[in-house]
Design a protein around this ligand. Structure first.
Ligand SMILES: Nc1ncnc2c1ncn2[C@@H]1O[C@H](COP(=O)(O)OP(=O)(O)OP(=O)(O)O)[C@@H](O)[C@H]1O
Length: 319
């Protein structure tokens, strides 16, 4: 891995009620996009708050680009979009950014140029002149993103950056994050939007009850199997064992997907190799069945997440 931008060793926070984070050790390299995942209450925001110096760890230590977390030197290197943001509602978006630019120590000329660029980049544009109190939640989140990027930081912590955005806004943020990656920035992303994580991140960690359950590259995590769904007509159940035998792996009826009419069913198969789908198609047609649709499962990180947590208790669960 390239030089560590984030290095945490046994970082812990006990809020005094047994909740928080326990002994988290992880390293994030230059230019990596790292997804930090976990159910509600797992401790994701707590971990980030320790890294950005908002709360004091109760154990372990961590560095940002070689500087102890909480130090001014560490803070100079990152931008941060918190999960819960609230900006001065009596100021305009532009004025909020000017304030943050002063706090970052940007000179007036650079600040002005940067603010103009960022207002466009995050999709606020001329509405930067409106007061924050007239902004929707999504607009405030866009403003938060602009604040996090103002200082052109090497590292950005984004805690649920798209939670308030509509699908168009989400897509715009996705593009913006891709651009940051192309510029070689390091991104630490807390998100429940696993599709976004899958598209953007190189590596992920899964947290539960304050502990890391898994870390791995997205490719490793998703490598296992791909699920396919095939809608066939003229199906008779006795064909299933034959198909399984020919294919050498389980195939079943997807009970959770309604077929559009009573004459067709959805079959479900987990295949390790895309070429197997062609063979499966041939087998189906050989038996006189009709193939109407074929779909490759798109939400694979979601599945991995659900499987990894299945059977485990977690703080966000309902009683
Ligand atoms: N200041 C605090 N005092 C006491 N307990 C806290 C405090 N802040 C958070 N917690 C608890 O610590 C645990 C971790 O919270 P945290 O906000 O880090 O979780 P999270 O993974 O970010 O959750 P979400 O996905 O819902 O944002 C939760 O059980 C939470 O209730």
């Amino acid at each position: 891995m390239s030089q560590a931008v984030i290095e945490a060793r046994g970082l812990s926070k006990d809020y005094g009620n047994g909740r928080g984070c326990r002994g988290i050790t992880l390293s994030v390299g230059t230019g990596e996009a790292f997804g930090f995942l976990g159910p509600n209450g797992a401790g994701k925001s707590t971990f980030v708050k320790m890294l950005v110096g908002l709360i004091q760890p109760t154990g372990g230590n961590a560095e940002i680009m070689g500087h102890a977390v909480g130090s001014l030197e560490a803070r100079r290197h990152f931008g941060y979009l918190p999960e819960l943001y609230r900006y001065q509602e009596w100021l305009s978006g532009e004025e909020v950014l000017e304030l943050h630019a002063k706090l970052c120590g940007l000179d007036r000329h650079t600040a002005k140029k940067r603010i103009r660029e960022l207002l466009d980049q995050v999709g606020i544009g001329l509405r930067g002149r409106d007061r924050v109190k007239h902004y929707s939640k999504g607009m405030q989140q866009r403003l938060g993103l602009a604040c996090a990027l103002l200082n052109d930081p090497q590292l950005v912590f984004l805690d649920e950056p798209s939670s308030a955005l509509d699908p168009i806004g989400r897509m715009e943020v996705r593009k913006l994050l891709q651009q940051l990656r192309q510029q070689g920035k390091t991104i630490f992303l807390n998100s429940h939007l696993l599709e976004d994580v899958e598209l953007l991140c190189d590596r992920v960690a899964l947290l539960n009850n304050g502990n890391i359950l898994h870390t791995g590259t997205v490719t490793e995590v998703l490598q296992e199997k791909t699920r396919w769904h095939l809608r066939v007509g003229g199906f008779t159940p006795f064909l299933l064992p034959w198909l399984e035998q020919m294919l050498g792996m389980p195939i079943g009826i997807a009970a959770d997907i309604p077929a559009p009419n009573g004459d067709t069913v959805w079959l479900e198969a987990e295949l390790t190799d895309d070429e197997q789908i062609g063979w499966l198609n041939n087998l189906i047609m050989e038996q006189g069945m009709t193939l109407y649709e074929v779909k490759k499962s798109q939400t694979r990180l979601d599945e991995w997440f659900m499987n990894a947590l299945s059977g485990l208790s977690h703080r966000g669960e309902r009683s």
